[in-house]
Structure formats: structure tokens, C-alpha cells
Design a binder for this molecule. Structure first.
Ligand SMILES: NC(=O)c1ccc[n+]([C@@H]2O[C@H](COP(=O)([O-])OP(=O)(O)OC[C@H]3O[C@@H](n4cnc5c(N)ncnc54)[C@H](O)[C@@H]3O)[C@@H](O)[C@H]2O)c1
Length: 336
């Protein structure tokens, strides 16, 4: 099958690409390198350094492809209330452009990568796919709006649309020198350099972390599954629901960091306290099964970061709104 992946230099896009190449597919992709790493792109994939915002360029790239997997995004939920301009553009606008190019080229299927941010604050946890989405930040609003545009264009123009909702994915190839997101990678990069982790609020926020190796099969099946068409499907575990402080303890044990004493900073506005997604539907449609524990995922990531080399953090995005609510971690560049 000919598969095009947007955001192929990113964490998820590159891991999907490697997996699908190993399964014998022909893979091409684009990335503008606002995130990700160029060396993430697998050698056997055809790579185009192209920004998804350019419709004509996307139309040309997507011509002749069977399936488009759309992962390109600036997936910064916490930052999105402080840098809504760049984040909504690279979440909503580019998705609309990619889906337009897919419709115009009569692509057979689009697999969209949404986010649990689409659910926002929910009374019932874990979040189920039939819950009414009430996103609470510009990133979640943009993700939901992007899905809706994809769905409308698929109905009008006849391509199949699969909407996958991963959550808190971790693993090797995730950016670890980015001060704006990826809590587990940030903690590993800090502790490997002998620095204390920084925790927003009281650290009692709870999440289920998803090992990327466990969800690659869902993306593979999403290429052909008829049960997945027009569906929204959460992918990831609903078992190991841990606090951010639990996460810090596991990272400290794995990298052998003594005297863990996290630095606490003010909570970030709009951060959802308890967030996890039900995996019932993906168990049913994809036979999803959690195979890696959180500790095993952290071990894989730490090994990869050590091998690639620890790094200083790079403040590569502008903080667009600076006031008393803007986290000090960004205004005072506390991640070094
Ligand atoms: N990692 C997670 O925990 C997680 C959770 C839920 C959803 N998601 C979704 O999965 C997808 C991939 O996330 P990720 O963690 O791999 O992020 P990532 O930042 O590692 O990868 C995204 C890639 O998209 C590229 N990109 C951004 N804007 C672009 C543009 N205008 N044109 C071309 N390329 C562009 C970036 O350079 C980056 O390489 C995103 O849609 C994200 O919202 C991720």
C-alpha cells in the first residue's frame, strides 16, 4: 500500500513509518521540522520538508497515495492558552488543508490523529468515545474542529475517515529537549543530567501513559479495518493510572537518580486533573492489549536518550501572551 504520513519527523509519525515499512508498505511523508527530529525519519521513507499549510504542495505530495495518516501538529496543550496563534494554526488550519488535498486526490482513506484533549473536563472517567466533547483549551478545541472538518469532507467527497485518539504516548524518538511538552522525556533528560524534575501544581494530576509500541498495531489495522471507518477510537491503556509524582519516582529509579526532591511550580491554567480514556472500543475493534508497563517504557526511553545524548532545552516556540499567569518555566526559562 502507498502511505503518506504528515509529521513524519515527529515521534509518532516516525514510529508509525518504521513499523509500516517493516510490514512492506511504501511510505512517504512530510514535515516542516517545527518539532520532531530530522534523524527520526526512517532511511527507507521518502521525505519532503514541506509545511502542510501549503495546499498546492500537499495536493502534489498526496497524489497517488492510498492512505494518508495525519499526525502533523503542534501538540502543545498547556502552551496553547499562551501561544494560541501558532498552535491553532498548526493543529486546525493545517488539518483542514491536508483533508482538502486528500479529498481532491480521491485518497481512499484518511487516518487522523486526534487527542484526548478533545474531551476536556468530563464528569465520567475514563473518557469514552460517546461522551460529549467539551475541550477546555485552544489545542483541544482545534483538535475537535479538525476532526469535524475531516468528517464532513469525508461524507461529502467519499473518502473513508478513521479518527484515532491516542493519549500520553511515550517512547524512544520523542523530543526530550522541548520545554513545552512531553513530561516523561523532560524528566528523563533532567535527571540524567543530575537535575531535579519540575512539577506543575501538586503533582497529583493523574494520567495513563501509552507505550508507543503497544499502539502501532492500531495504526496498522486502521489502514484497512472496515469496523473503524467513521469511528472515533481511543487508543492506549486504561490500567496503570498514575500521578505525575509517581512518574517522577519511576524515572528516578530507572535512571538511578538519588535524592529525588521535585521543584514545585504554580499549576498551569486549564490543566485537567484526572484524565484517562477507556480502551474498551479499541480492544473490541483492534484487539488492543497493553504489553509494556510504564517502567518498561521509561527504560526504553532512557536507553535511547542516553544513546542519542542528553541535551539542553531549546525554547523554540514564542510564548505569545506573557502575563502573571504565564508559567515561570517558560518566562524565566527554568528548564536548562
Ligand atoms: N504524543 C502524545 O502523547 C500524543 C497524545 C495524543 C495525541 N497526539 C497526537 O499525535 C500526533 C503526533 O504527536 P507527536 O507526539 O508525535 O508530536 P511531534 O511533535 O513529535 O510530531 C509532530 C510533527 O508534526 C510536525 N509539524 C507540525 N506542524 C507542521 C506543519 N505545519 N507542517 C508539517 N509538519 C508539521 C512537527 O515538526 C513534528 O515533527 C499529533 O497530532 C498529536 O496531537 C500525541
Amino acid at each position: 500500500m502507498k502511505i503518506f504520513i504528515t509529521g513524519i519527523a515527529g515521534f509518532l509519525g516516525s514510529r508509525i513509518a518504521t513499523d509500516l515499512l517493516a510490514k512492506g508498505h511504501e511510505v512517504a511523508g512530510c514535515d516542516n521540522l517545527i518539532g520532531g527530529y530530522l534523524d527520526n525519519v526512517p532511511e527507507d521513507a521518502e521525505f519532503f520538508q514541506v509545511d502542510c499549510q501549503y495546499l498546492n504542495a500537499m495536493k502534489k505530495l498526496i497524489r497517488g497515495q492510498d492512505v494518508v495518516i495525519h499526525t502533523a501538529c503542534t501538540a502543545y496543550e498547556g502552551l496553547s492558552v499562551f501561544s494560541p496563534h501558532v498552535i491553532t494554526h498548526n493543529t486546525f488550519q493545517i488539518s483542514s488543508t491536508v483533508f482538502t488535498a486528500c479529498a481532491d486526490n480521491r485518497v481512499r482513506r484518511v487516518v487522523n490523529c486526534s487527542s484526548m484533549a478533545r474531551y476536556g473536563h468530563q464528569e465520567i472517567i475514563p473518557f469514552r468515545e460517546d461522551a460529549l466533547p467539551v475541550p477546555v483549551d485552544p489545542y483541544g478545541v482545534s483538535k475537535l474542529a479538525a476532526e469535524q472538518v475531516g468528517r464532513v469532507l469525508s461524507e461529502v467527497h467519499g473518502f473513508e475517515f478513521v479518527n484515532l485518539v491516542p493519549h500520553n504516548i511515550i517512547g524512544a524518538h520523542q523530543k526530550y529537549d522541548d520545554p513545552f511538552r512531553n513530561v516523561a522525556s523532560i524528566m528523563i533528560n533532567l535527571m540524567l543530567r543530575g537535575r531535579q524534575p519540575i512539577v506543575y501544581g501538586d503533582g497529583q494530576q493523574k494520567r495513563c501513559f501509552t507505550d508507543v509500541r503497544d499502539i502501532l498495531t492500531c495504526f496498522d489495522q486502521a489502514l484497512t479495518s472496515s469496523a473503524a471507518v467513521s469511528e472515533t477510537i481511543n487508543i492506549g491503556p486504561d490500567e496503570e493510572f498514575v500521578t505525575i509524582l509517581d512518574l517522577a519516582k519511576i524515572v528516578a529509579e530507572v535512571v538511578n537518580f538519588k535524592n529525588l526532591d521535585p521543584i514545585f511550580v504554580a499549576p498551569r491554567p486549564r490543566e485537567v486533573k484526572y484524565a484517562t480514556c477507556s480502551a474498551d472500543k479499541s480492544r473490541k475493534i483492534f484487539g488492543y492489549r497493553t504489553k509494556h508497563s510504564l517502567r518498561e517504557s521509561i527504560e526504553e526511553m532512557a536507553r535511547w536518550i542516553e544513546k542519542r545524548g542528553v541535551k539542553k532545552f531549546r525554547y523554540h516556540l514564542d510564548v505569545e501572551i506573557i502575563n502573571e499567569k504565564t508559567p515561570k518555566t517558560w518566562t524565566e526559562r527554568l528548564f536548562t
